[in-house]
Design a protein. Structure first.
Length: 66
C-alpha cells in the first residue's frame, strides 16, 4: 500500500489548510506564517537571544546619546 507522500501529494489536512490560507489577504497570510513559526521552540529561543543581544548592544553603545 502506497502512502500519499510517496505520490508527492500533500496530506489531506495540509491541503485544506493550504487552501484556506491561500484565500486570506496578504497581511493575514504574513501573520499566519509568523505565528506558525514562532511557536517552534528553536525559533522562540533564537528570537529571545536576538532581542537580548540587541538590548545589550544598544546599552553598550549608549544609544541614544543626549
Amino acid at each position: 500500500m502506497e502512502s500519499r507522500l510517496e505520490n508527492d501529494e500533500p496530506e489531506p489536512q495540509r491541503r485544506r489548510i493550504s487552501h484556506r490560507t491561500s484565500q486570506l489577504p496578504v497581511w493575514s497570510r504574513i501573520l499566519y506564517n509568523i505565528e506558525r513559526y514562532t511557536v517552534l521552540p528553536a525559533v522562540a529561543l533564537t528570537a529571545t537571544v536576538a532581542v537580548i543581544a540587541l538590548v545589550v548592544a544598544i546599552a553598550i553603545l549608549d544609544f541614544p546619546k543626549n
